[in-house]
Design a protein around this ligand. Structure first.
Ligand code: GLU
Length: 261
């Protein structure tokens, strides 16, 4: 179905939800339960749901005795290798409460550029969704280099939304949406609606995300939202704490209209 506004979200056929590291690790670790409950509700309504989740690195840090984010790539990759399995285990443990089976999908940007890996990924995703599995996608951090890293997965989520021709992409972070200036500054106002092709030239981007664990920001979110909207997927950017309101179609976050095909 064509998704024209937030209130159409509960009836969406296919939904991609992306959550960043800082929304589900450290002091926000409890939010993972809320997230899974909201995803399970949408799945239970009959929507096909894909989760794009970062958090492998942040989950892995304590297991290799790191208290803050390292700067070198091999250590980040080692942390991701350790954390990814824990992260998926945690998701599956919670999804078991709804008898939902998760499938782990790890992708790099090169997989989208190469026709055969792209088509393999698309076919695998279709099959997982047909089987009513909930795919959980992350970047394959072990093989990604600094230059081709997606960072906090916003762009990866937009590519996944395009790959599965999602009706709507929901980008979750630590702030309620995109603001006219960094949200802590006086006079900052939430932008409720962005029309297709609108450039947001007046917006000053600060950063989104608790310092130290993730790597995304408002600028990367808007770029990812505009990419997905151009490829025909409507986008909602909102706070991870509001995920269940978002999936119920309530008036939260910043909405980006999909370009009409
Ligand atoms: N794919 C990475 C993870 O899951 C991205 C995190 C980042 O670069 O901040 O940990």
């Amino acid at each position: 179905m064509s998704i024209k506004s937030r209130s159409d979200i509960p009836a969406a056929r296919r939904i991609v939800v992306k959550v960043g590291s800082s929304s589900i690790s450290g002091e926000n670790a409890h939010q993972i339960e809320k997230l899974v409950t909201a995803l399970a509700e949408a799945h239970g309504r009959g929507s096909e749901v894909v989760l794009v989740s970062s958090g492998a690195m942040a989950t892995g840090f304590p297991y290799i005795n790191l208290t803050s984010r390292p700067t070198d790539l091999p250590t980040l990759q080692a942390a991701a290798a350790v954390g990814q399995s824990r992260l998926i285990f945690r998701y599956q443990e919670l999804l078991d409460n709804w008898n939902i089976v998760a499938g782990q999908v790890l992708l790099t940007s090169g997989d989208f550029d190469n026709e055969s890996t792209r088509s393999n990924a698309a076919l695998a995703m279709e099959k997982l969704l047909e089987l009513r599995v909930l795919p959980i996608v992350n970047e394959n951090d072990t093989v990604a280099t600094q230059e081709i890293r997606f960072g906090d997965n916003d762009h990866l989520a937009a590519l996944v939304a395009q790959l599965v021709t999602a009706d709507v992409l929901i980008l979750l972070s630590d702030v309620d949406g995109i603001y006219t200036k960094p949200p802590h500054e006086p006079g900052a106002e939430r932008i409720e609606h962005v029309s297709s092709g609108e450039l947001l030239e007046h917006v000053e981007f600060g950063s989104i995300g608790a310092a130290g664990v993730g790597s995304g920001g408002a600028g990367t979110k808007v770029a990812a939202a505009q990419f997905a909207a151009q490829s025909g997927t409507a986008v909602l950017i909102t706070n991870a704490a509001l995920v269940s309101s978002a999936l119920r179609g309530e008036n939260v976050g910043t909405w980006f209209d999909a370009a009409s095909s």
